[in-house]
Ligand binder design. Structure first.
Ligand code: WTA
Length: 635
């Protein structure tokens, strides 16, 4: 068992070295000792990045739900698997034990079978953050159906595209969802999407908001009566190691979303192993990841990783701002959360509201704080550390991607020291490296370059659904024989990685490469700044110049905007150099964001360049209304 749980820095170094010098025996032992297999593999890994073809544990047979549920029943049958915390704090939370979850998954799996779903079929899941979402995911895995979860905030068009791209015959949805003080008519969105999805023959509808919806005869059915009638036991389908487990769509820099395909055995081993160590989960801990299961973070670190470890995982339906900005901390106090994992964008939004919302709640149960999704700026990092963690909780800044399946570069709490704004070191098995534009590896420390991975790891995506060529072109062509992440990174004097942002966001000013993220960090250090985004616009002499969109804190009382502009440029000069000073600084009430909280730079870039007509698709924005304001006030 020893390598499964890393407990000290020496241990980490030993395990890491083993994982690199002899990956096959390393992963073989981990897989053998910590999971339930129906049949052992013939080969641990075979790979050829030029095709690319990657196989882990070939020949093995298993079912991931037996690892996440059945095997815990004997010892943890009554342990809480899921804590469901509703949107409305007055509604009681639900504690679902491993035994109950197992039964619910079995019933749901039997319903899927009764509606003709079999191994290999694709099922689209468009369900808000309620227990049925986790249960439906596991029910698909139980019978070998491939789930494709679509975040229940996407529009009808986005949903239809995803349903059609992978030929789903079934959609699982809900009458509607609660989000803060709003309700969302999910079933209406599904009905609209399905007008363009001729392949869908069955729709199962969970009930959540009790709205008056219409069921289409012959296609739609209420879920609950079917579950009530279904048998509580369902044998798990035998899956091959490399059978697809799920498809999850992620946006590329161009073109339509990519359906990343993850397979069974490697994904299971990798998410379970990373979960255990990155969060240092121990048996009686309560773990909470605030992501939505509609994103990879929710797949890997709300559902599969925690459940494979027999953990208690919180599933929160609501938003951090409802009924007020103390909601997260109220939940931490209520369920005595030990590990808390969220996104920098949430941290910044909460920091903007001040410390009072945290201070009213007892968050002393917290042991580990995590962040994911984008580089965390220095100011947000320190706010998280001081205000939430009271300087007692290590912060794990976890770098990874939809494509990587699990966490790749991260500190480990109490083991690998954190360093503000640095993801720090590669996880065991991950051979990270930096390369220059010619594709040559940059060795040594105090260097920066493009972040690549040299060797396969079990959790990596295997293809893009229906477009293997695009998989090859996007990730394996730029730098021969390496997986290219699309991110830039630097390595400090002792080998810690800092992710500096997408390389597509690099801006060249007067021949100097500037990453947007460090400039934004510098700006965000200004006491009155809540958030910022930098883009390039053409400049006669310098080639490119920098345009900054800056949101000030609500509490800021500003009289002299010119003075703030000057101060911002001073901060940049100080942190990076005069070369990185902004030519234009526009103050905005908000920045346009995707529903996952990422700033939509594509739109800002166009506005900065004066292209205000063809902004492309803004339907996936969380706050499309802000775009018009930004155009009006353009400098
Ligand atoms: C960015 C989310 C800096 C990065 C799991 C990556 C990060 C993209 C971090 C993947 C981090 C994620 N520090 N940047 N800790 N984590 N990113 O597919 O640019 O939604 O390529 O996966 O987010 O986003 P995705």
């Amino acid at each position: 068992m020893s390598d499964y749980h890393i407990t000290s820095f020496d241990d980490y170094k030993k395990v890491y070295t083993k994982s690199i010098s002899n990956p096959e025996s390393f992963w073989e032992t981990l897989a053998e000792e910590n999971f339930l297999w129906r049949k052992k593999w013939n080969k641990v890994v075979s790979w050829d990045f030029s095709k690319p073809e990657i196989k882990w544990f070939e020949g093995a047979q298993l079912n991931i739900t037996e690892n996440c549920l059945d095997r815990h029943l004997e010892q943890r049958g009554n342990k809480t698997a899921l804590i469901f915390e509703p949107n409305n704090p007055d509604e009681p939370a639900k504690h679902i034990s491993y035994r109950e979850l197992h039964e619910q998954v079995c019933r749901f799996a039997n319903v899927l079978k009764s509606r003709g779903i079999k191994k290999g079929d694709r099922v689209c899941i468009y369900v808000p953050m309620i227990p049925e979402l986790a249960v439906s995911v596991l029910a698909c895995a139980r019978i070998g159906a491939v789930h494709s979860v679509v975040f229940a905030g996407f529009s009808a068009n986005a949903l239809a595209m995803r349903i059609n791209d992978c030929d789903c015959s079934m959609v699982i949805t809900c009458d509607g969802s609660f989000r803060g003080n709003k309700t969302i008519d999910l079933k209406g969105i599904v009905d609209e999407a399905l007008q363009n999805c001729p392949g869908v023959t069955s729709v199962l509808v969970a009930k959540r908001i009790n709205s008056d919806i219409k069921l289409k005869e012959g296609r739609d059915e209420w879920l609950q009566p079917l579950l009530d009638k279904a048998a509580p036991v369902c044998p798990a389908e035998t899956m091959e190691a490399e059978d697809p487990l799920f498809i999850l769509y992620t946006s590329g820099s161009t073109g339509k979303p990519k359906g990343m395909v993850h397979t069974t055995a490697g994904y299971m081993v990798y998410t379970a192993y990373t979960f255990k160590n990155v969060f240092q989960y121990s048996e009686n801990d309560v773990y909470w990841c605030t992501a939505d299961i509609g994103w990879i973070t929710g797949h890997s670190y709300i559902v599969y990783g925690p459940l494979a470890n027999g953990a208690t995982t919180v599933l929160f339906e609501g938003v951090p701002s409802y009924p007020d900005f103390s909601r997260f901390w109220q939940i931490v106090a209520k369920h005595k959360v030990n590990q808390f994992y969220t996104a920098p964008t949430a941290i910044r939004a909460l920091a903007k509201q001040g410390v009072a919302f945290v201070e009213g709640h007892d968050v002393s149960s917290l042991k580990v704080l995590g962040t994911v999704g984008e580089p965390i700026n220095d100011e947000a990092w320190h706010w998280y550390d001081e205000t939430v963690g009271k300087k007692k909780c290590p912060i794990v800044d976890t770098w990874w991607q939809t494509e990587t399946g699990g966490i790749m570069i991260t500190s480990l709490p109490g083991i690998i020291p954190s360093k503000p704004t640095f993801a720090t070191l590669a996880f065991p098995g991950i051979q990270a490296c930096l390369v220059n534009e010619e594709g040559e590896e940059i060795k040594g420390n105090n260097v920066d370059g493009r972040l690549c991975i040299k060797f396969p790891w079990p959790g990596m995506a295997r293809t893009i659904w229906g477009d293997h060529q695009r998989f090859k072109d996007t990730y394996f062509t730029a730098f021969n024989d390496k997986y290219f992440t699309g991110d830039g990174a630097l390595r400090d004097a002792i080998g810690n990685y800092r992710i500096t942002g997408r390389v597509d966001d690099v801006i060249i000013v007067s021949g100097h490469n500037l990453g947007t993220a460090p400039i934004e960090d510098a700006i965000n250090e200004h006491l009155n700044v809540a958030e910022s985004a930098i883009v390039a616009f053409p400049h006669d002499i310098k080639g490119n110049a920098l345009y900054g969109f800056v949101t000030l804190k609500e509490s800021a009382e500003i009289e002299d905007f010119e003075a703030i502009r000057g101060e911002i440029n001073q901060l940049i000069s100080k942190q990076i150099g005069a070369i990185a000073k902004l030519d234009k600084i526009q103050f905005t009430s908000e920045l346009p964001k995707t529903r996952s909280g990422k700033i939509m730079r594509r739109i800002l870039r166009k506005i900065a360049c004066g292209e205000t007509e063809n902004l492309g698709d803004t339907s996936t924005l969380l706050n499309p209304e802000v775009v018009e304001e930004i155009i009006q006030q353009r400098l």
